[in-house]
Design a binder for this molecule. Structure first.
Ligand code: HEC
Ligand code: HEC
Length: 401
């Protein structure tokens, strides 16, 4: 790969081909920056994190990040002017909504729990089922999803950004485009660049494990960490590397969430889903509007029967801030999560094990005290600082409603 490309402005039309990633040069490890620096170009080398992967066809620039910030918070890009990305990924709620499943325009509910945007920049695929390869692709979906922003097409957004003087100036400055040259690819690139600045590391665990500060976490949290690595086998999916930890293997597993509601119906459901998809059905719409289709998980993307009910392993960073848990928001607390694993992938303990359950999920025989230790460990993964953006213009505010 040609490293020089990184520093040249690319006017190539955005494409969904597998992204070629290149890493920015890393400044020396820093402590968490203050909130006022949330829009720093790339927050790199936070303790415990690798450098943020930046696609070569979408290099970071301060102006692009600011533009993305504005777009992320603009409620005009929705059918009734009430929904922005930040409605469900609220800066003040660790970039999530703390609801079991999200609420879009007109109070419509979707089928899935909103993951945080913090550290989404590191995922190898986006969404619980990984149906989008990158942040650029991801960001186009919510605008036209019937239970999110609810627009019939992307046209109304383009109309705004092509005519609003502030947007006109910003897109001209950042991408050197105007009028019809300005497309959703530019909007998507700016939003993705902004999201690549929403990263947070340097948690007490990072200072303990990577920073060598033996007192950074409590003794109970240290016992929990031992269980995470050992008897709990959590680390087999929520992985750690030598010099950083994303707590995800970027793979998809059925860990027994949501399946019990549909499992008797799976063959019929799977067949009906494939038929609809083959007739041109939009997977994004189908999985977010139909509760049963949602439970098919990764199968909806790959058509692979072995991936029924399998979802992406989420990062565990800042997990104490993002309740409720799992793709359907069905587990309210971290303790409920650990009990679910301890039961061998069922909630409640008496529920039947689903036939598609991952081989990696078995009863753990943890004592109550050990369950508490594991929960305490998960609480050590909270960054002292996570980005809070400042949006001055009230017209484009979308942060607290
Ligand atoms: C109505 C609520 C809602 C709105 C509005 C919304 N999202 Fe989301 N977001 C969700 C939900 C729910 C998911 C999970 C959907 C799934 O996995 O199928 C999600 C997933 C994501 C992810 C994937 C994260 C991961 O862990 O895989 C990113 C990134 C994201 N949204 C960014 C955005 C951006 C950018 C916008 C604005 C263009 C936006 N969202 C608008 C609710 C919302
Ligand atoms: C076989 C792989 C696997 C193992 C082993 C595993 N996890 Fe998970 N974990 C996942 C997947 C996949 C999800 C998302 C599942 C879903 O939503 O359907 C998840 C979700 C979670 C969540 C919820 C995160 C969120 O944002 O909603 C927590 C917390 C969690 N796991 C902690 C643990 C702990 C603690 C252990 C060990 C006791 C563990 N995991 C073992 C794969 C695994």
């Amino acid at each position: 790969m040609c490293r020089l490309l990184l520093f040249t402005f690319s006017t190539v039309v955005f494409s969904f081909s597998p992204a070629v990633f290149s890493q920015q040069p890393s400044p020396s490890a820093v402590n968490s920056p203050p909130a006022s620096e949330a829009n720093a170009l790339v927050v790199n080398s936070l303790l415990g994190l690798p450098a943020v992967p930046i696609p070569i066809n979408n290099p970071q620039t301060p102006a692009k990040v600011n533009l993305g910030d504005k777009l992320f918070h603009d409620k005009r890009f929705s059918i009734d002017g009430t929904i922005s990305c930040a409605s469900c990924h609220d800066d003040n709620q660790a970039f999530t909504d703390n609801l079991p499943v999200s609420v879009g325009h007109g109070g419509l509910t979707g089928t899935r729990n909103a993951p945080t945007v913090i550290n989404a920049a590191f995922y190898k695929s986006q969404f619980w089922d990984g149906r989008e390869p990158d942040l650029e692709g991801q960001s186009k979906g919510p605008f036209i999803n019937p239970v999110e922003a609810g627009l019939p097409s992307h046209e109304p957004i383009l109309e705004i950004v092509r005519t609003d003087p502030a947007y006109q100036a910003a897109f001209k400055d950042v991408f050197n485009v105007a009028g019809k040259q300005l497309t959703m690819d530019h909007v998507a690139k700016a939003i993705a660049s902004f999201e690549r600045t929403i990263v947070a590391g340097n948690s007490p665990f990072d200072r303990f494990y990577f920073g060598g500060d033996k007192n950074a976490i409590t003794e109970q949290q240290q016992r929990g960490f031992e269980l995470f690595l050992g008897q709990g086998r959590c680390v087999s999916c929520h992985t750690l590397e030598q010099d950083h930890a994303l707590f995800t293997d970027s793979r998809f597993h059925n860990i027994g969430i949501g399946m019990n509601a549909v499992q008797d119906d799976v063959p019929r459901l799977a067949e009906a889903f494939l038929a609809a998809k083959n007739q041109g059905g939009d997977v994004d719409k189908m999985v977010l509007t139909d509760k049963k289709a949602s439970e098919l998980g990764r199968f909806a993307v790959t058509d692979g029967l072995s991936e029924i009910g399998a979802f992406k392993t989420p990062t565990l960073r800042n997990v104490s801030l993002t309740a409720p848990y799992m793709h359907d928001g069905s587990l309210k607390t971290l303790k409920e999560v650990v009990i679910h694993y301890n039961n061998g992938g069922v909630t409640p303990a008496t529920a039947p094990v689903n036939p598609y359950l991952s081989g990696g999920i078995r009863p753990l025989n943890l004592l109550d005290k050990q369950i508490d230790d594991l929960v305490a460990f998960l609480e050590a993964l909270t960054s002292d600082y996570y980005p809070k953006t400042q949006v001055a213009d009230s017209q484009t505010g979308g942060r607290h409603e």
